[in-house]
Design a protein around this ligand. Structure first.
Ligand code: SAM
Length: 273
């Protein structure tokens, strides 16, 4: 694509392969800007569940931090692997997986800047085809990784189910489904319903040849619950973090103004049967 051509924004079908290819390209091209803009808020070794700033240290959704030592944890769509770094600092044995080489390059950059902290594997792969043996992990987690961007979330959830040991916990956060109905704007214009919450047609940015360069997929809250159950998990909790007083920072369409009125993040806490 000509770098100076703005992609066209549309709503249309986008399948698995096209969505994965778009995500890989978009995150490779935008990883540097993303880490520059959000890296400070995410911290090099914090585990942040979303733009509200709720972190795992406080939330304990994977279980008490004291219980993490020695646990094998898969982070799906890890980006620069900040969450895995926090897990490693608690004695866990994380593996950070992402489709984007450039995002993982930032994980290496952070690791090179703090050689004393524990090392862990970085794996470049698609969340829909996890390159691990069945039952190889005790826990799995994802903070906005992969799931908002894939056409077939059940495929990802089944893969996570396969690589977790029985009884293992799987916690993932995504954009709260209600946000789909509102313009993705941090100000008052983002408070008026502009689209149907029930319209699952993907949001697509495409180049001049009609190839998707960015895709987001919508699932309603009910769809997400059904996806979790259909993949063999038990839903233990659904956390909707409230916007805290201390957080004055906007992140795209997430802002204190909207965060005080409507949820921005949904965190699904699941257990493998
Ligand atoms: C919003 S970032 C989340 C990463 C990190 N938790 C953070 O907050 O920065 C989404 C990540 O999901 C990754 N991703 C998107 N589609 C993926 C797929 N199909 N398989 C694996 N990773 C994927 C992207 O490359 C990106 O690093």
């Amino acid at each position: 694509m000509n770098q100076h051509t703005e992609p066209e924004v549309t709503r249309r079908h986008a399948g698995d392969t096209e969505s994965s290819r778009a995500s890989r390209g978009w995150w490779d091209r935008n990883a540097d800007d993303y880490q520059r803009e959000h890296g400070g808020f995410l911290g090099d070794d914090r585990f942040v569940w979303g733009p509200e700033g709720l972190d795992e240290e406080e939330a304990g959704l994977l279980g008490p931090a004291e219980g993490l030592a020695g646990r094998r944890v898969l982070e799906v769509g890890a980006g620069a692997a900040q969450c895995s770094r926090w897990l490693a600092s608690r004695g866990a044995r994380p593996v950070a997986l992402d489709i984007s080489r450039r995002q993982l390059r930032h994980a290496l950059r952070i690791a090179e800047g703090s050689p004393a902290s524990p090392a862990f594997p970085l794996v470049q792969a698609d969340a829909g085809a996890l390159p691990f043996a069945a039952g190889s992990f005790d826990l799995a987690c994802s903070a906005y990784g992969a799931l908002p961007f894939v056409a077939d979330p059940v495929r990802v959830l089944r893969e996570v189910h396969r690589v977790l040991r029985p009884g293992g916990r799987w916690v993932f956060s995504v954009t709260h489904p209600i946000r789909w109905a509102f313009p993705d704007e941090p100000g008052p214009e983002g408070l008026t319903v502009a689209a149907s919450y029930f319209d699952r047609t993907p949001y697509v940015e495409q180049d001049e040849r009609g190839r998707a360069v960015y895709v987001e997929h919508h699932r309603t809250l009910g769809d997400r619950v059904r996806d979790v159950v259909a993949s063999g998990f038990r839903l233990v909790d659904l956390v909707e973090p409230e916007w805290p007083e201390w957080n004055r920072r906007e992140w795209g369409g997430w802002s204190p103004l909207r965060g005080r009125l409507i949820p921005g993040t949904a965190i699904f806490v699941c257990e493998r049967g």
